[in-house]
Design a protein around this ligand. Sequence first.
Ligand code: MN
Ligand code: MN
Length: 468
Amino acid sequence: MDLNEIKYEKKTAIESLSKVEQDSMFVYANEYIKFLNYAKTEYKCVELAVRELEEAGFRNILEMEKLETGSKVYFVNKERALFIAIIGSEDLQKGLNIIGAHIDSPRLDTKPMPLFEKQNIAMMKTQYYGGIKKYQWLTIPLSMYAVIYNKKGEKIDIVVGEEYGDPVFTITDLLPHLAREEMQKKASEFIDAENLSVIVGGFKDKATDTESVKANILKILNKKYGITEIDFARSDIRFVPNFKASFVGFDKAMIAGYGQDDRVCSYAVLASLLNISKEDKVYPRTMVGLLVDKEEIGSEGSTSMSSSAFELFVNILFEKTNSSNSGYAVLNALNNSYMLSADVSAAVDPMHEGLSDIQNANLLGSGISIEKYTGSGGKYSANDASAKYMSKVMSLFDKSQITYQMGTLGKIDKGGGGTIAYILANKGVEVVDCGTALLSMHSPYELSNTADVYMTYKAYKSFFKDIK
Ligand code: MN
Ligand code: MN
């Protein structure tokens, strides 16, 4: 055998794409950038996805009496998570082709009673959500996304900062002239979480009879949205980076934007199913896309992957396809299912390459990353995919001309991380982690490679249709 066939060499994703495919890559990337700019919270992801699914002929599964081969359905789980399915021709017990991503991202949530004022400045107290380096959130423009329910139980949906002419919000940082002591602190202690308060106003207004800046803000909010101070306690208010997502570099080789963990994979799941649904073809296995919430805080709660909502959804699929839905049948379906845990991973940061074992690390631009296992230390808390399942996924990707690379998350004892992979693996599903590598992950401005982003979409489409 020729040595070139024996040894393995990493390729870049861009070199495997023809000129025509590179054009499609930029069309896809432009749509992805629009998605990042609109869907900055899990609420907005669900809202946008449902709108696009409806337009493509998908229907709310609860409003359908019966499902047939080729039926296209979705299930909204409490406004913040979404399941999508295209019914295949085979018996559900033969297994589902599942791809699961998450739609929550690190951000600043407000505390239940957030508004206060100090030295003529009105601010909102926040509590950070997910793993952030707190100092990265100072002196950047922030947008506010709020879902508020009033006393009558009516929903008020507010976005401030995204339209031209909107104000934005920000958190201050100390001037260097007075920071001599502060600069000696460790990065983790640099800013107290209690001090991550967002500036929301600075005027008193005699004309409207407000004696304080805080009172003036309350009056403005009441006039504009009909809300009172206690309504903060029945709200989900998030402050997220205001930056617009954009291509990076003279060659547009990269994309920067907030929330790419894990919207890069979520968008690929949605786009794949929308695209497949337009084909005039029936596939044997039922495809299921999962866009879940609360991954960043440990996958706990009713909208997370750990919630029984997923099993409920599988039971509804059985019920409405008139399949036997005994406990045995559903367990059997899960046991015969294949899944990609669609989440981002870390790429080697050229400024910190010592933290990675380079030959087992993801390089930005080297295609979608497959991670046989995640976790940390001695493979603790890892979903470790079997050799047989790895072979199945790799063979499919080879056949579908997907550029992929083998990754791990940094050197063994330097840290680690998990995804939703283990949750369905614990129910008997064959799962492997497979997603896009990022730089600056969990920062307000994450960086991906344009060809990797497109390769993620190609890989998911191929998996949904053809893994068996
Ligand atoms: Mn993630
Ligand atoms: Mn994350």
